[in-house]
Design a protein around this ligand. Structure first.
Ligand code: 9D3
Length: 245
């Protein structure tokens, strides 16, 4: 999979792309992250990527020409495979595991990470871009959201994680049957007067299994009741459908 990122801050991605799973995925040839500096696609002498909004109002707006030129330039590097264009945007479809899985099946993604208060709407129209948000909180730009999307998609590429984890993912559709994780403990068995739950050291695997299922259900009901409400009894699938945007 090739992921292009169009950004005015490529240096923000440098540490992440060269670390951990991303580096391993790239070394194995499973993932190629290509950073493109938007400023290189400006045509004016001041390399302006933003301008004041028509009609007035506060803030600056990302200009259409450099973004469209940059996207077409990276698309031309792999003719016949334009790729899905994602525009990181607070008003977008909220990113979740279902979208991560959908995107993981693509050969090519082009992520546009804007700064500023907004962007020229023609970027969406011309590039056929899909708006993607990572949740309901306000950040200073689309760079971190782009990294979140790449991270979630990269770990779903076959071969990126160990076999064990990918098999779990395939058989359940959702990790842990759509529930939150059960609590875990490791050595020492006692620390500052706190012991690990007796059942975990009992050696009774059936009992451990039942305890974990119950803990996962109880935790999910308490901390994320929305995950339980959307569950079809028995199968662990989460069928909540986000609204079309
Ligand atoms: C005044 C309206 N603001 C929207 C809530 C303007 C605005 C604030 C912050 C526009 C862009 C930004 C920067 N954020 C992103 O570019 C962004 C984002 C986010 O802030 N939260 C969650 N997902 C995303 S994806 C891109």
């Amino acid at each position: 999979m090739r992921v292009d990122v169009i950004t005015i801050f490529p240096e923000m991605f440098a540490g992440v792309v060269s670390t951990s799973i991303w580096r391993i995925a790239q070394e194995k040839g499973l993932l190629q992250v290509v950073l493109t500096d938007l400023r290189e696609y400006t045509t004016d002498k001041h390399h302006k990527v933003d301008d004041r909004p028509f009609g007035g109002g506060p803030g600056m707006v990302l200009k259409v020409e450099p973004v469209v030129r940059a996207a077409r330039a990276v698309q031309a590097q792999q003719p016949g495979q334009p790729g899905r264009v994602l525009l990181m945007c607070p008003q977008g479809r909220v990113f979740d595991q279902a979208l991560a899985r959908e995107l993981a099946g693509e050969e090519r993604l082009i992520l546009i990470a804007p700064r500023y208060e907004g962007y020229d709407e023609r970027i969406v129209e011309i590039l056929g871009a899909e708006r993607v948000s990572i949740g309901d909180y306000v950040l200073t730009g689309g760079e971190l959201p782009a990294m979140v999307v790449i991270d979630a998609v990269a770990r779903l590429q076959p071969g990126v994680l160990g076999d064990e984890e990918s098999v779990v993912w395939e058989s359940f559709g959702e990790e842990n049957g759509g529930l939150l994780e059960y609590p875990q403990y490791t050595r020492p068995a006692e620390f500052e007067g706190r012991s690990v739950p007796e059942v975990l050291v009992s050696g009774d695997h059936g009992k451990v299994e039942r305890w974990r299922r119950e803990q996962a259900r109880e935790r999910t009901a308490r901390m994320r009741p929305d995950l339980i409400e959307n569950q079809e009894p028995g199968d662990g699938a989460n069928r909540s459908a986000p609204p079309e945007r």
